[in-house]
Ligand binder design. Structure first.
Ligand code: PMP
Ligand code: GLN
Length: 413
């Protein structure tokens, strides 16, 4: 294996999806995906396209994005960004947000370039930076308090530490807002700090915003590309899987100024070349459907967060009743919960893993039937201890499954 791939360690997803297949947990609150149907109009569109009279809807389409989809994406994002986004050269449709991140990192990072990564981070960032020959520089979000009511807004960066990471070697910072796994939505003040450092040191910002539509009122998602002087240096990433609750469709996109997007196109055209046509056509139709009811409360971009809020609250309460201290997320569909108080209830000695959260989540799954994700997967080697006392729970699940998780935890307790 080439050295840039490390030892080829299994990603947490490969390992925990295999666990799910082996243990068949009663409730899977691990990997982030809904266990119920996407909006009817979305899946219906794909069905109609598959059997459409137009044979071309099942053939290759334009490499950088199916024409109707790039038009729809421009219509969705131009008003949000406050500038007309050119669908031809400022948008790239990718194989999931994963490939958007990959094309952005491989397309911009050169051997020896430094990339600032905020911890906890979506685990693939680290690997992608290293495969491009770059050097990740990590900075952790830390909770201002660990007892009592903790929300994702309590997890903050140390300004001085962040400043100290920026230098002439810095090529890029990766921002993830709303954040996986904390559910943190970066505030305008926090984004301004990052933006000012990017401008001062001529650094690019790769902004992973796949949870952009799942923000709980009154919190507001701010796109860093809208801050003064930031459009020019920002590549923003989105995901149809997250937007329309169809994670299996694996289609995403990146948008930004043409000069930056060119580099992503070069990577994309030589590995993926073009994404699945019927899926892109269906996503375009789904966006058009939502755009037509953009101001109605039924618009999925509003309904989704409304539907998730009681699920979040139910799981927060359930976790509290069962000895966890959850961080209340302001967005997204994950909860990070501190299990320190349960340490004396669970014997981790039978688990061979290196980190406590891996041991805890495996033993907890065996004893309760509830599968979760170990957050040290989202930290660099030197900072793994920061995630060891937590487990990540996903709450975009049927109410009956969340209730069952509650019942199983209570019985175990
Ligand atoms: N970024 C973050 C923060 C994620 O949680 C995920 C998982 N959906 C992705 C990117 C990848 O998204 P996709 O499934 O569209 O590749
Ligand atoms: N983004 C989802 C999560 O964080 C899925 C990740 C994956 O399957 N690689 O759970």
């Amino acid at each position: 294996l080439p050295a840039r791939y490390g030892a080829g360690e299994k990603s947490v997803w490969v390992e925990y999806i295999q666990l799910a297949a082996e243990y068949k947990p009663a409730v899977n609150l691990g990997q982030g995906f809904p266990d119920y149907h996407a909006p009817k109009h979305v899946t219906k569109a794909l069905g109609e396209i598959a059997i459409s009279e137009n044979p071309l809807l099942n053939q290759y389409t334009r490499g950088f994005g199916h024409p109707p989809l790039i038009q729809s994406l421009s219509k969705v994002y131009s008003p949000l960004i406050g500038k007309e986004i050119n669908p031809q050269n400022e948008i790239l449709v990718t194989y999931g947000a994963y490939e958007a991140l990959y094309s952005a990192i491989l397309g911009h990072v050169e051997e020896g370039d430094e990339v600032i990564v905020i911890e906890p981070f979506f685990d693939c960032y680290d690997f992608m930076i290293k495969s491009a020959g770059g050097i990740p520089r990590f900075i952790a979000l830390n909770p201002k308090k660990t007892t009592g009511t903790v929300t994702s807004a309590d997890w903050v960066l140390d300004e001085k530490e962040l400043e100290s990471l920026f230098s002439s070697k810095t090529k890029m910072i990766i921002l993830n807002t709303p954040h996986n796994p904390l559910g943190k939505v970066f505030t305008r003040q926090e984004l301004e700090l990052i933006a000012n450092l990017c401008k001062k040191h001529n650094v690019l910002c790769l902004s992973d915003e796949v949870y952009e539509w799942m923000v709980f009122e009154p919190v507001q998602h701010i796109r860093i590309a809208t801050l003064p002087g930031m459009w020019e240096r920002t590549i923003t990433v989105g995901s149809a899987g997250k937007t329309f609750s169809v994670t299996g469709w694996k289609t995403g996109w990146a948008y930004g100024p043409a000069a930056l997007m060119f580099n992503l196109q070069v990577v994309h055209q030589n590995c993926v070349y073009t994404c699945c046509t019927p899926i892109q056509e269906a996503i375009s139709r789904s966006f058009e459907y939502e755009l037509a009811r953009r101001d109605s409360p039924d618009c999925y971009f509003k309904a989704l967060a409304r539907e998730l809020l009681p699920k979040r609250d139910f799981l927060v309460n359930t976790l509290r009743e069962n000895g966890f201290n959850p961080t209340i997320p302001e967005a997204g569909y994950f909860i990070i919960a501190d299990w320190t108080k349960l340490a004396n209830k669970i014997d981790l000695s039978s688990e061979g893993d290196k980190y406590k959260d891996y041991k805890f989540t495996k033993k907890f799954a065996k004893e309760t039937g509830v599968l979760t994700i170990p957050p040290t997967a989202f930290y660099s080697e030197g900072h793994k201890h920061l995630g060891e006392n937590f487990a990540r729970f996903c709450f975009i699940k049927k109410d009956e499954n969340l209730s069952l998780a509650g019942k199983l935890m209570k019985e175990w307790n």
